[in-house]
Design a protein around this ligand. Structure first.
Ligand SMILES: *Cc1c(COP(=O)(O)O)cnc(C)c1O
Length: 458
């Protein structure tokens, strides 16, 4: 075949040098960090795959938008520009800026959730669940069962099981359900997308029961890319057309702009209903800031607008998702189990099959994360028992079906040479996998413990 090789649709204009510590130095650092990767100084990390949140590389267009930001307290031109972009791309009339995604949750949920409420959805993200449980309400996971079978190569493993959703509504009643939240793509479930057909079907059920449907839209553009490349009937549609259709089924959304808007900080709420917008406005002013900046600077809102446009370009999404798949393929070739198919923003390595000798209550995915840092200076994050936290009522540890190390790839930051180092690091651990032992928690916070927990080696 004489096909032209694939390469990224951008070139590098500025570089950031990285420090590479020795393995012995890294052993000292992780011990001092009490085996929590969040406690490491970023400088001591070579390849940082802790998160794809706020870690992307902005474009020259975004950097120049920063210079033109309008820092007016009220009515900033940058806010108006951001709002117009959201109205045009996503189709919502009302926009409230917030300092990040969880702040959007805090504001919207303050207006909507009462104690004892039930919030059905597809594997709620940890901060979403935190904000629900903090209000003495309950998140009910209605994701399809296939999502927990990591070998099933299905195109839309983020989908909602409609039978589970119907059963949840029947069991608790509409009065208890202020909204349904659909996470696109589904982060907790492995960066797996939700199909347009499923979005439509969930929306129809919600309409039938007059329950609002809200998107947790952090990675909506990656979700649209998967619809275009995997779902019948969408190949000829542009990403922007698909995005418009996806959002047409929703009543509102929360957004962490640190993901698919490719900025370092920011978020927003977008809504159709004026009354709900007004209710949220009060909380936005109390918690975030005035309605036209809500915790963001004018320049950040300007960069957000530019980032939303770039983040919904097909060529950009193709490069990004191809890199995630590249890492997944390199790891799979070693015989190491990952969640399949590769997600939109991250590769998830199965720690239970990696370390069968370590029981789940000794945090095998945390052990793998620590080992990968020591071997190759790569930082991932545990998505397993530590993150699953304790049941708010019984205080028992919740053991999730999957125990994963997530390797999230920042947007436009690393090359595939870096991905090769990540796979090499995992290979080093794989070859001596029987020699690893578990961890024990020394300290944990009452909620969202994974950020601050400390550990000791068994
Ligand atoms: C990141 C994220 C959030 C929270 O956003 P922050 O900007 O980190 O506060 C909520 N939901 C999903 C799906 C996310 O990925």
């Amino acid at each position: 075949m004489n096909q032209q090789p694939y390469a990224e649709p951008w070139r590098v204009k500025m570089v950031e040098p990285l420090k590479i510590l020795s393995k012995a130095e890294r052993e000292t650092k992780i011990k001092a960090a009490e085996y929590n990767l969040f406690n490491l100084a970023a400088e001591d990390v070579y390849i940082d795959l802790l998160t794809d949140s706020g870690t992307g590389a902005m474009s020259d267009r975004q950097w120049s938008a920063l210079m033109q930001g309008d820092e007016s307290y009220a009515g900033s031109r940058s806010f108006i520009e951001m709002k117009k972009t959201i109205q045009e791309l996503l189709g919502f009339e009302y926009v409230l800026p917030t300092h990040q995604g969880r702040a959007a949750e805090n504001v919207l949920f303050s207006a909507l959730i009462k104690p004892q409420d039930i919030i059905p959805g597809n594997a709620h993200f940890d901060t979403t669940k935190g904000h629900i449980e903090f209000r003495q309400a309950t998140a009910v996971d209605c994701t399809v069962d296939e999502a927990t079978d990591m070998n099933l190569e299905l195109p839309f493993k983020g989908n909602v099981d409609l039978t589970k959703l119907e059963a949840c509504i029947a069991k608790y009643g509409v009065e208890k359900i202020p909204f349904v939240i659909l996470t696109i793509t589904c982060n907790t479930g492995g960066g797996q997308p939700v199909s347009m057909a499923n979005i439509k079907a969930v929306s129809a059920i919600c309409k039938e029961h007059k329950i609002p449907m809200i998107f947790d839209a952090a990675r909506f553009a990656e979700n649209a890319y998967f619809i275009k490349t995997r779902e019948q009937g969408y190949q000829q549609h542009s990403i922007k057309e698909i995005v418009r259709e996806m959002f047409s089924y929703a009543d509102g959304m929360t957004m962490s702009a640190k993901k698919d808007a490719i900025i370092n900080i920011g978020g927003f709420i977008a809504l159709r209903d004026r009354e709900l917008y007004r209710a949220c406005s009060t909380f936005n002013i109390m918690f975030e800031g005035y309605l036209t900046y809500g915790g963001m600077s004018g320049r950040d809102m300007a960069a957000l607008a530019a980032g939303l446009r770039e983040g919904t370009e097909f060529e950009y999404l193709q490069a990004r998702i191809a890199q995630v798949k590249y890492l997944g393929d390199e790891i799979s070739k070693l015989g190491i189990q990952i969640v399949k198919p590769a997600g939109g923003h991250a590769i998830y390595v199965d720690a239970l099959s990696f370390f069968p000798q370590i029981e789940q209550k000794q945090y095998p995915a945390q052990v793998l994360g620590v080992a990968l840092y020591v071997e190759a200076g790569v930082r991932g994050v545990e998505i397993g028992t530590v993150m699953a936290d304790r049941d708010p009522k019984t205080r028992e540890e919740r053991l999730p079906k999957m125990e994963l190390l997530r390797l999230a790839i920042p947007r436009r930051v690393y090359t595939n040479n870096h991905m090769d180092v990540v796979a090499w690091g995992l290979k080093q651990i794989w070859e001596k996998r029987e020699s690893y032992k578990g961890l024990k928690i020394k300290y944990e916070a009452p909620i969202m413990r994974h950020f601050t927990a400390t550990f000791e080696q068994l």
